[in-house]
Design a protein around this ligand. Structure first.
Ligand SMILES: [Zn+2]
Length: 377
């Protein structure tokens, strides 16, 4: 009897301690937003978007630097775009602190010499290829460079000729003012990022490696500012991507004997393939949610901004991760953004090779998105 009482006492004390920790963490997490001063036209480093700057950006959008597939991109337009920036920013490229190198015919690596060469350089990356866009599927022509309702419209305005042109405008602006950075840095602009960057980014990396360059850090194009991504989240927030998912392509093919639609066999290769795909879709890989690294820190910093029920969960991911994962899984966007599904069927392309009943030859290319765990760095 005494043993049972002691057990209940321990259980009760343990439960009360857990509840206390949950309450304390929920109450103590404070809003950590650091106030960033808005930039003003009177700031010394304020770049006025004058006619010349606007015109340059509009013109950049007009080049149809489209990537279609690995090794298949609009070489002519890429070449023209490269010539365009070399000419438009000729002051930059002829500056004594600047060296540049065209890599793999179309990509560009620019190095800017800092005053303290003992510091490791950093690198800012962008790309100037874009994914295809047709007039029919756009409200405005995607390569016209139109300004409408106070916005630039066109393919590449956000992904990511804005990064290319913005970096160059900023560099030009600072060099004109006689500024020399303390730390050297690189601008690296790839030409086939949308199709894996094998010819561009990979060659730039190989070149830097061959030169023995070691970087302090690298900044690539970022993710977006999201609203309403998490239930009850009252403020928009900017996601800082600290890792990127890769993917593998898997090709499934079915081989069956020949047939005719007037005498259909019990199973056609379409049926077999569909079955396989349905089974794959029904069996996603186990969820991976690393609640110990930057992902946890991010959600903890959101905690004061969400409704109380969610605040309790976010402030105590050490305990409530399984529940939180269910919440994130409710939306494809949060499901994908916070590395939940290591493998997911993300797209399919089917090729049927015969006219009547498909025989040898239903092929399906499936992209899988494996996830990498985020590590504190
Ligand atoms: Zn991009």
């Amino acid at each position: 009897m005494a043993g049972l009482r002691r057990l209940s006492y321990f259980l009760l004390t343990g439960f009360a301690t857990v509840v206390l920790i949950i309450i304390a963490r929920t109450v103590m997490l404070s809003y950590q937003q650091t106030a960033a001063a808005p930039c003003k036209p009177s700031d010394l480093d304020y770049i006025h978007a004058d006619d010349a700057v606007r015109k340059r950006f509009q013109t950049a959008i007009t080049f149809e630097t489209v990537s279609y597939d690995i090794g298949n991109y609009n070489r002519e337009e890429l070449y023209k775009f490269l010539q365009f920036i070399l000419k438009e920013f000729s002051d930059v490229f002829s500056h004594p602190l600047v060296e540049y190198k065209v890599i793999a015919n179309y990509s560009l690596l620019v190095s800017i010499k800092g005053s303290d060469t003992s510091l490791k350089p950093y690198l800012i990356a962008s790309h100037f290829d874009v994914v295809p866009a047709t007039n029919e599927s756009w409200e405005v022509p995607p390569f016209e460079g139109r300004v409408q309702d106070g916005y630039f419209w066109g393919r590449g305005t956000l992904d990511v000729k804005n990064g290319v042109m913005g970096s160059l405008e900023a560099l030009q602006f600072l060099l004109k003012q006689g500024h020399q950075p303390q730390r050297s840095f690189f601008l690296a602009f790839g030409h086939d990022e949308e199709v894996q960057g094998i010819d561009g980014a990979q060659q730039i990396a190989a070149y830097l490696k061959s030169q023995g360059v070691q970087l302090e850090f690298l900044i690539d194009e970022g993710t977006v500012i999201v609203k309403d991504a998490i239930p009850g989240m009252r403020i928009p927030f900017a996601l800082i991507g600290v890792a990127e998912k890769g993917f593998i392509m898997v090709e499934l093919s079915v081989h069956t004997s020949a047939g005719h639609s007037s005498m259909p066999p019990k199973e056609t290769c379409i049926g077999i393939m569909s079955n396989a795909v349905a089974k794959l879709e029904a069996c996603p890989m186990p969820v991976v949610f690393d609640s110990s690294g930057p992902v946890r820190e991010m959600f903890e910093s959101f905690a004061p901004q969400v409704p109380v029920y969610l605040r309790v969960i976010m402030a105590n991911l050490w305990l409530f991760s399984p529940i939180f994962i269910r919440i994130l899984e409710m939306k494809p966007s949060t499901n994908a953004s916070f590395e939940l599904q290591p493998l997911s069927l993300s797209s399919t392309r089917a090729k049927r090779q015969t006219s009547s009943l498909p025989r040898r030859g239903l092929q399906l290319t499936i992209e899988y998105t494996p996830v990498i765990r985020l590590k504190r760095f």
